[in-house]
Structures are given as structure tokens and as C-alpha cells.
Design a protein around this ligand. Sequence first.
Ligand code: GLN
Length: 537
Amino acid sequence: MGNTKYIFVTGGVSSSLGKGIIAASLAKLLQARGYRVTIQKLDPYINVDPGTLNPYEHGECYVTDDGAETDLDLGHYERFLNVPTSQANNVTTGRIYQSVIEKERRGEFLGKTVQVIPHITNEIKERIQILGKSGEYDIVITEIGGTVGDIESLPYIEAVRQLKWELGDDNALVIHLTLVPFLSAAGELKTKPTQHSVKTLMESGIRADILVCRTEHELTTNLRKKLALFCNVQQEAVIQSIDASTIYDVPNMMLEEGLDDVTLRKLNLTGAPEPDLTQWNEFLTRHKNPGGHVRIGLIGKYVELQDSYKSILESFIHAGAENEVKVDVEYIHSEHIDMATITDVVSHLDGILVAPGFGERGVEGKIDAVRYARENDLPFFGICLGMQMAVIEYSRNVLGLDDANSTEMDPNTSHPVIDLMEEQKTITDKGGTMRLGSWACELKEGSIVESVYKTKEIQERHRHRYEYNDVYRDQLEAAGLVATGINPNTGLVEIIELPSHPWFVGVQYHPEYKSTVANPHPLFVAFVKAAHEHSLK
Ligand code: GLN
């Protein structure tokens, strides 16, 4: 293929219409036709990355192999495409300004007044084209966060306008995602909000090439004609995106609507075969026809907002399909449990997952949940903070080190079984300074994890400051909590397990970031399998 083609996805009328899923679904269809596709997200907020955001603000912070802390949409991109993303796939206004200001300080614009146009817009255009110029992709889809008309989106919209003009209509197109609301009092779908949002886009000099209309009801032919006429698009370019029962249905729905066809035609890409979705559809069949079900308790302190644990929930969907069972995830707020109530809350479950997290709030409930799982042979999976809680629980209740803790929670504990990593001790800045991204880990022979991964060395993604304190390793191992995954370069303990228990595994890294439809994460698959076996007892 010749030039890289660029597709921009903008949103109108309302936020939360599912731009990320539409972008990922279109990418999936294009990939299934043989194109090399990647997706990028441009976020209009001023944080340099979402790493410093509370999950309640913006949902989970996703982490890439190269250690970028990113928007959770990148997780969808990877889960759909099974291709890793990187720092270049997520750019925020904060990062754009930081880079322009650094250039200004270095004197790169010497003599010039540095302005939104052209300096900020040039930086945005450069960031969009980095992926295209790498030669790795035939098509780059760029999702513009926010809603058109927002003040903070303006430089992005202007950058898209300029790029579209520079690249030409064959090489760039704009997909505008809008809402067609149903007014129950009138019994009608309404097109006016869409007309207005297309007009807003037009005021910035951008004509939408394709409209994707989020709707609760089918769009009739008449309505499609009306939308086409008043929004200045061809009728075949009016695509309906009706509410789906699972996000994994959306690629097939877009295929039926011809979104990939019309996209390729407009980009003058011809001759590609029909999408091959065989593997995808096999997954969907398994997902939709479970042979049984398991109940997993997700113990965390951000449970009020499902987006906080997005990748974990999606990993359970992949692992459920692999095991041909439905995984019902029950959210359990760790602040609401203690040893007196724990049996009532978790005894009906088939497994518990203690979630990642930061800070003191809710940790005692997590420790009690680990204890219940350990003492009652309930499958246990601890991720990051969840693994650290398992080490603390064992130290307190098996080794008898009563005030064992992480120095994150109690800097004065006499038994810091989890302690700040050496290289973290001199760090004061909070942004982008954790141990991030992909690191190697060697698995111990004969361990659960070795049999799960079926290999000796793995690479997994990290996001933490504290670690297992090696000083306590001999004591913990002698008492039965074994370290079965070690970083080969630093000796850091990454995995602990209890061989005497049916399934008790804690990992310092985040397996949930690497689970995809094509490659369900083996640890989630094994945990769900253990929970299923528990449910049959
Ligand atoms: N707060 C813990 C640490 O920084 C765990 C982090 C996490 O769960 N991602 O080590």
C-alpha cells in the first residue's frame, strides 16, 4: 500500500457515546481485511497523562509495554486488535503544551511569538503523523476526545482540518459520532441535535464524511435520508450504532451497516477481501453460550465506578469465554468488610480477586478477604496491591508478625514486609515516576504459574512503587508462602503462591492489561477454571 491513510473520529451532542468502541470496531474490520491498523487517542485535558488522576475522575489508568500511563480506551484498542499500543498512541493537551514549551525554552522558535496556531496545532499534527510515518501501519485511526464545541477541543479540530486539507480527501476522512435521541413523549427519534453538532463541526471548517448515529431504536430509511440531506453526507454514510448487549458485538454491527465498506471507498482503497472474523466470532459464540457460571468477588475501593476496573472486567469476559462459563463479577467494597462480616459477604463466591489500588483506605478489608480465601480454600487472585495484601496477611496471621504492613500504609511498622523500592526513595514527583511498563519475570519450576504460562520467562506490565521485602522471604517461604516469579535482573519478587491451597496466586504486575479477545490472559483463564472447579464441589 502507498500512503498511510488517516481516519479521524470526532464526537458530538454528548460524551460517553462510545467513540473508543466505534474506533476499535472499525479498526477490527479493517484489520480483518488484511490492513495494518492502529488507533490513537487525543485527550483534551491538561494532565500530562492520566497517571495522576483518581480512578473516579477518568476510570482506570491503562499501561502500555513501553510504560506509558494512558486512557482506558487504549485497553479497548489492544483487546480488539491484539496489537500493542505505545506512548505515541495517547497524547494529551498537557503533553502537547509541555513539549511546545520545552522547545520554546530550548530556543527552537527563536524570534517568534509562540501561539496556539501554528505552534500547538503543528505539534498535534506531528503527534498524529508519528504513527503513520513509522511505516508500520496502513491506516491510523485518531480518536479526538471530548465533544465538538468544547473550548479545549478547538486546537485538535483545527489540526484535523489542516491535516485533512494537506493530505487530501483520498488520504483522510472524518467520522462524526452523534446521538439520535428518542423522545418517548413524542414517540420519535430526533435528528436536530445531530444536525447542530454537524453544523458546529462545519463552523470549524470540517465536513463530516461519515455519520455514526448512536440510537436506542432502528433508524428508518426516511430518517437516514433526512440525516444525509441535512448533514451533508451520502445516505450510505449514515451508519446506525444501536445499543449493544456487549461491546464485542459492535464490529459485526458495523460490518452489517457497511462502515468498513464506505470508509474504504472514500479512502480509495480497493481490492481488499471481506473481513475474516472467524476467530472473533468463535469467541462471541463461546461468550454467548456459557455452559455454566462462576461468581467472583472483586474486592476494591473504587467499585462504585465500573470503569475503574475496566481491564479486569474485560479479562474475565475473555477468560469466561475460554472456559465456556459466564463470570458474574460481584463488586465488594473493601471498606465495608471486616472479619465479623466477611463470611456473609463472600462465602457464596467461587473465587475472589483483590484489586490493585493506592493508599490506606480500605486495605484492612482486603486483608480480611485474603484471610478468608486462604483459610477456606477459596480460589484467590491478588493483583498488585492485592498481592501485597496477601503478603501482609500471611505475615500477620501465619508468621505472627502482628503489625506487619506496607510502609505505604504505615511508615512506622516494625515489620515492613512490603516496602518502598530502593530507586523510589529519592523520587518526589508523582507523575510518571512509578515502576512502569514491561519487565521480565522468571518462573519457578513446578509452580502454579509455570504450569499456567507454560514457559519459564514472561514479560508483564507494572505500575507500582512498593515491593515485596526480600528480608522476610526466608521466613515467609519456610511458612509456606512461596515466591515463584522473580525479576531476573533485580531479584524482585513478582509472584507469590501457596502450594498447599487449591489456587492462591498473587502477582505484583497487572496481567489484566495484556488480556485480549485473541489471547485471553492465561492467569485469568486458570483462575476462572479454578473457580469453576470450586463451584462444582
Ligand atoms: N500502591 C501499591 C504500590 O504502589 C500498589 C499499586 C497498584 O496496585 N497498582 O506499590
